[in-house]
Design a protein around this ligand. Sequence first.
Ligand code: TRP
Ligand code: SF4
Length: 405
Amino acid sequence: MNTSVSQNQRVLSGMRPTGLLHLGHYHGVLKNWIELQHSYECFFFVADWHALTTHYENPSIIAQSGIDLVIDWLAAGVNPGSSTIFIQSRVPEHAELFTLLSMITPLGWLERVPSYKDQQDKLKDMDLSTYGFLGYPLLQSSDILIYKAGHVPVGEDQVAHVELTREVARRFNHLYGKEIDFEEKAQIAIKKMGKKNAKIYNNLLKRYQEQGDGEALSVGHALLDSQQNISIGDKERLVGYLEGGGRIILPEPQSLLTASPKMPGLDGQKMSKSYNNAIALRESPKQIEKKIKTMPTDPARIRRTDAGDPEKCPVWQLHQVYSSDDLKKEIIEGCTTAGIGCVDCKRHIIDSILVELKPIQQRAKDYQEDLASVENIINEGCEEARDVARDTMEEVRKAMGITLR
Ligand code: TRP
Ligand code: SF4
């Protein structure tokens, strides 16, 4: 277990600006982000370089989608007062870390990431046999490690990327976490904790290193976490010392999988722009009504008088997302006895979606009419992010011996 004492309460996540957000993003990702803001220090960013790995032939969509993305986040409830919102390319340190990490990342690690082949097979109309696309997950690792994020909220398809990030961090710490005078510095740091705590620490160290006592390790982490007298650098050193390695410069992040089930699209498959079954957050009420009204239903319900089976109907899946238990009971009863028609059944869904989207669309409109305030939020976020990224890069350069300046 590799934890950084100070930064593991930081959350980082990004989205690629390749089009408008839809209800699948809202239910699957954004609601989770908004929730996380209450318990963590959150960094959310527009991954425009990542978008370029697939859209390099037609990049014009990236700039506009980037602004729209931020507007949608804000409209959905991402709070710029508590979260840092920024643009990847405005923090060029990500690219520097990407370059440095590429020196120590075996090619096989990247070739084995499942999304590499999967996406190449799926996006047949794009030539993805580029160096940039192969490096996609390592760029993502740099995004994460440069903020020393402890938690990365991602979908299942991204877990392998976080896993790669952990491996790269481990390799980095193994190669560069060993200061020549590490032992000596660790001893000095132990003394700085005071006699009593030093004794406790040394005891825990012994218990963990000699007996592999896992509890001693977690008690040790807690002890270090609570120290006020020593610097962050010393804490990281002592975490590393406790774990029997060198200093942890780049802490390993964890994936935070979203618990929410997949948002069904208009055809019952997972909602996705590429399946053409999505409802955009900015879609007009009229258009939404039309899309739901033309949704397929149980094919056996040809006439109003035919009974139906909700299990065979994509509208029913939307009731799972939007309707109360009482209403769901009513729908099952009505559908299976032909007591209600599909039009009535769909009306509930239309109403729920419109109620959900109304405040979001209103806020999006307000932001669109006040782009200057969106730019301000982005500028501030970029500066905040850059401060953190600069600090990490100083440490990284020093550790790797890039000191010719
Ligand atoms: N690859 C992510 C996606 O397609 C976007 C992304 C880029 C990201 N960098 C990241 C997500 C860092 C989390 C952390 O969804
Ligand atoms: Fe589907 Fe509702 Fe029609 Fe039943 S009544 S088939 S659940 S739309």
